[in-house]
Design a protein around this ligand. Sequence first.
Ligand code: SF4
Ligand code: SF4
Length: 348
Amino acid sequence: MRILKVQEPISGGIFLTYKCNSQCRHCMYACSPRLRADWLSFSDAERIIRNLSEIFRRKYPRGYRRIGVNLGLHFTGGEPFLNYDLLLKLVRIADKFEVPSLFVETNAFWAVSDEIARERLNRLKEAGLHGILISVNPFILEYVPFERTLRAIRIAREVFGDEVLVYQEYFYSQFRMLNINERLSFDDYLRRVGASGLYYAELIPMGRACYRLGKLFRRYPAERFFAGSCIEELTRPWHIHVDNYCNYMTGYCGGISLGDARDMDAILSGINLDDHPILEMLTSDRGMKRLYEFAVKEYGYKELRDGYVSKCHLCVDIRRHIIQETDEFRELSPKVFYEGLESNGGCL
Ligand code: SF4
Ligand code: SF4
């Protein structure tokens, strides 16, 4: 029996939902307005936050409030402000358990006026939130008018002072230089700045980006990605995520569940890989080759004619194919992730 050892998490995020007002081309978790509005339940949230807070208590000084992308706990999704009441309740629970570095990640679509933005942020602060991360990039700009992003940043700085992360600052400066106020389509963005405008983008070719941004990357045959193993990504303790179905996910690997985060002891005591054949392959040497051959043989997977932009593209395309054929692999979860990919199998 092979056991996958999982380290205690040192930082992470909790998804309220996969639903989002946007459908960004780069979204690693394939969130979308088209997905069902399934929300994290209050009782699940309480168990998950309690579990994480007990672990974080051993890792952070008591009362630690500085925020950082890879620190403490954040609420995310999907877009957490789509269910503001739930967000507020979760912040109160996290405050009760004295969770360190507590922040929310948002695309700022809700900042439609100064009054609304101030009211929402002040209430979250009063509930115990330490800070906020506001996402800025050309993909969100297709959905959220930049004036709302600017407003959210300005008022967040009034409310949270230094505990405001603008991710990425590069695009914040670039859009201001370009005098953008409204939405801008990605094609228009590229026309204005050229592909070099994306030079500093931290673009990870995973999730939906493999399909919707394929034209930005070179493509290779599957064989190119056969070497190595994903054990490092899949057991990484920093920036883990727990989704609204309680799936415990690592390494930004959307759609791969290590188990149920309501039972962290079970996950941390090691995962029996005999019960998780796809995890077993992905964490073994030349695991991608094994997964590819398995999918071809057992499920009739066909290599993409146009090739793949990354090993994660090959991985997610195979998993998407398998989940269309069978529900038997519990580690391929949740299904909504695969539904949100917008994959037609080729390069869009
Ligand atoms: S990247 Fe963020 S804003 Fe864009 S679809 Fe995903 S969750 Fe929504
Ligand atoms: S190839 Fe798959 S398992 Fe490995 S890092 Fe990418 S998405 Fe995760």
